[in-house]
Design a protein around this ligand. Structure first.
Ligand code: ZN
Length: 318
């Protein structure tokens, strides 16, 4: 007999706070895939969720990371140790950094500082090269009787891919389709906000990738941060507009402030204003100060990513 439709379980990796970062367990025809690997200190939660679901470690065939930022991929090497038959799948630009995570770790230490890095991430275990497969546009990964189709989706990072599962009418979007925390959702649904983290944010590429996701016919997007967004096509244009607005306000700030702490502070201030307007528009049920506090880290990362983008542009003009 054919298996029932494949199913999806959201696993909260416990990064920063409950409801902040997810990874996904997909099951089809007795085989299992994980999309995203969480951070280094989230591995035990993922293994516990597998156990709760009655999934033997040997049943996990694919561990796909959407990109190699450490809240998505920091746990990959440790997970491979625990999942003996799993193949780690990553974008060709990201895969080498999973085998040799030195640069990733150094980059994250620079963003978070030594102490916070240690508390958040702990050890980042290198992945054995022979267990890593590079996946690019069009790669199909079989899982039971269904297929996971890999899409190359640059913009948040050049090493970003998304996973389209036509049998589920779903797409796993990593950070490409932005952030949507359930507690900030208003009557019209989730509040979607782009993520422009350092160091490869590219607004035009991100707008194009969001547009691409809208054409898949997916009924549901699963975001790493955090959970499901229904009918993503209907939300794409507004998200694209917010990405463009990030770029526009960054250029305005750059015209007034040279690179440095004042520029960064001005970027954060402008982003805070943008988010506040979105919270009001969406009818966020939380008090606005509390809602803003939930996204303090995201705003800081977005500002840092915009600052890096501006400096790259300015460097290009010299
Ligand atoms: Zn990211």
């Amino acid at each position: 007999m054919m298996d029932a439709r494949p199913d999806v379980r959201l696993i909260d990796t416990g990064y920063l706070r409950p409801g902040f970062a997810a990874c996904y367990l997909l099951r089809a025809g007795g085989e299992v895939a994980l999309v995203d690997a969480g951070h280094g200190r989230g591995v035990s939660r993922i293994l516990q969720a597998l156990e709760e679901e009655g999934v033997a470690p040997e049943a996990v065939r694919w561990l796909v990371v959407t990109h190699v930022h450490l809240d998505h991929a920091g746990g990959a090497g440790s997970l491979l140790r625990a999942l003996p038959r799993a193949t780690l799948v990553a974008h060709p630009r990201g895969a080498p950094h999973l085998v040799d995570p030195g640069r990733l770790v150094a980059g994250a230490r620079a963003v978070y500082g030594e102490e916070r890095f240690e508390a958040l991430h702990g050890e980042v275990v290198p992945a054995p090269a022979e267990r890593v497969r590079q996946a690019s546009e069009g790669t199909c990964l079989p899982l039971g009787e269904v297929e996971l189709r890999i899409l190359d989706t640059p913009g948040h990072a050049r090493h970003h891919l998304c996973v389209h599962v036509p049998a589920l009418e779903a797409v796993f979007t990593g950070d490409t389709f932005g952030l949507a925390y359930p507690e900030l959702a208003g009557p019209q649904g989730p509040l979607l906000f782009p993520t422009t983290s350092p160091v490869q944010f590219d607004p035009e590429a991100l707008v194009a990738s969001i547009g691409r996701l809208a054409t898949l016919g997916a009924r549901r997007a699963w975001l790493t941060h955090f959970g499901a967004v229904e009918d993503p096509a209907s939300r794409a244009a507004a998200l694209q507009a917010l990405v463009r607005e990030h770029a526009r306000l960054a250029l305005e700030v750059a015209a007034a402030h040279p690179p440095g702490p004042q520029r960064l502070a001005a970027l954060e201030e402008r982003l805070r204003g943008l988010l506040l307007a979105e919270l009001r528009r969406a009818g966020c049920p939380l008090p606005l100060e509390e809602a803003l506090a939930r996204m303090t880290d995201d705003l800081a990362l977005n500002a840092q990513g915009l600052a890096v983008w501006l400096e790259r542009r300015e460097g290009g003009r010299r």
